[in-house]
Design a protein around this ligand. Structure first.
Ligand code: C2O
Ligand code: CU
Length: 455
């Protein structure tokens, strides 16, 4: 493993330097401390009081939407005994977690799908602390939409002393006139647009979420966008809020969260200090669509003031600049496109290839060598949004439309806008077959998925 990170002779000098900078960025190996944390998870149809107290028929992990919050410490081993009581086969994918390929939850690639009635044990030691999530990787446009998702929080070995650690899971539901989940999935409308955008936005499964804090509290707020298609841009102006982590990993330094596009799959962690009383409940508004802002939730201050805990921001990770990365020859440019055909009438393609379902045989689109520096490009030849997600590794955004972008953080999901090209850089470290796909789940189901092999 350590030897796998040696630059090759052929590598351009910039890449070799980028690689040296990289090796301190995040640990190559997990460091299990011997503690195993066991959870049981059952997926089954149930009813929850989700939206305004009405009964909604959902599919849920352990009877709740969002599913259970799994919290462990870095170094601990997670063991999940998973039972499928759905009417369909399924798996659990651990989004953003660097883990052994066999635990990645991709049907037919990393495991047999878990049939109704069957049990499968997922066991791994995460290499990184941070905010991660889990969801099925079988018919995900249906299974995630029906309510199957949960958070995996890996705490630091010594968590920073926030007054509170709060989680907001944002979801977007398309309900029909009876108030139930609209039962047709992968419609032509969804496929011709940015996937399934709903008519009810929830935070932690409610439309009326209020976060009540005491003046002086300093909180860590973790946000996940678990929607199938909707992108949100939460506005925290009016608060002393700093972005400290993206897709799990800490930033190089805290930055203003304004303008962050939280696409399906993305997570952000904020460090918010309530220096003053809020005069009135503050709405946190999604401003992704300037014309149609949505209120996600409210924050109020109440109660006796407390003294804010004083500590340095945990956002001081080693994040290589990689500005030279743009001069490294591009390894591959993926073209993102749509065409007529396929089981849903419209197919979404990468390099004119539509993924023919997990059960078909697939040659990897790319075979990358562990420990090498790569620049990849995504060229969106369509007018639609594509939040591209890569399993099993993090990457850095280098440029949008050829213009360098310096983000002080890694990602596992990047939103590619209509007709945009995006350059990313990465150093794969873990061998296996890893998926690259659009996290607009309808686009993924309609073909926008592929495999990347790492040797
Ligand atoms: Cu959120 Cu292929 O994953
Ligand atoms: Cu897409």
């Amino acid at each position: 493993a350590a030897g796998a990170c040696r630059p090759r002779d052929k590598e351009p000098p910039q890449a070799a330097r980028a690689l040296r900078e990289f090796t301190g960025a995040y640990p190559l190996e997990a460091r299990p401390n011997g503690t195993v944390r066991s959870f049981d998870i059952v997926a089954e149809p149930t009813e929850v009081e989700l939206v305004d107290g009405q009964k909604l028929r959902v599919w849920a992990y352990n009877g709740q939407v969002p599913g259970p919050q799994l919290r462990i410490r870095l170094g601990e081993t997670l063991r999940v005994r998973f039972t499928n009581r759905l009417p369909q086969e399924t798996t659990i994918h651990w989004h953003g977690v660097r883990l052994p390929n066999a635990m990645d939850g991709v049907p037919h690639t990393t495991q047999r799908p878990v049939q109704p009635g069957e049990t499968f044990v997922y066991e791994f030691t995460p290499k990184d602390a941070g905010t991660f999530w889990f969801h099925p990787h079988v018919r995900s446009s249906e299974q995630v939409e029906r309510g199957l998702y949960g958070l995996l929080i890996v705490e630091d070995t010594a968590p920073p002393p926030y007054s509170r650690d709060v989680v907001w899971v944002v979801d977007d539901w398309l309900l029909d006139e009876t108030g139930q989940v609209f039962p047709r999935f992968n419609t032509r409308h969804d496929l011709a647009h940015d996937g399934r955008w709903g008519n009810v936005l929830t935070v932690n499964g409610r439309t009326d979420t209020v976060l009540r804090v005491r003046p002086g509290e300093r909180i860590r707020l973790r946000l996940l966008n678990s929607a199938n298609g909707r992108v949100v841009m939460p506005d925290f102006s009016g608060l002393d809020a700093k972005l400290i982590a993206v897709d799990g990993l800490y930033l190089r330094e805290p930055i203003d969260p304004a303008g962050f596009e939280l696409a399906p799959g993305n997570r952000i962690d904020l460090d918010i200090t309530f220096n003053q009383n809020l005069a009135a409940p503050l709405p946190i508004v999604d401003r992704f669509s300037a014309r149609r802002p949505n209120v996600l939730a409210h924050i109020t201050t109440e109660g006796e003031p407390v003294t804010p805990p004083a500590f340095a921001s945990p956002a001081r990770a080693h994040v290589p600049a990689w500005s030279e990365g743009l001069h490294v020859p591009e390894h591959h440019a993926f073209r993102l496109n749509a065409r007529r055909g396929g089981p849903f009438g419209i197919e979404w393609t990468l390099d004119d290839k539509a993924f023919a379902g997990h059960s078909a045989h697939h040659e990897p689109a790319l075979t990358l060598t562990s420990g090498r520096f790569y620049r990849l490009r995504f060229v969106n030849e369509s007018a639609r949004l594509h939040p591209l997600h890569l399993h099993g590794m993090f990457f850095r955004l280098l440029a949008r439309d050829g213009t360098p972008v310096e983000e002080p953080f890694f990602r596992d999901t990047v939103l590619v806008h209509g007709n945009e090209s995006v350059d990313i850089a990465l150093v794969p470290t873990d061998a296996g077959s890893w998926m690259l796909h659009c996290h607009i789940l309808e686009h993924a189901e309609a073909g926008m998925m592929t495999l990347i092999a790492v040797r």
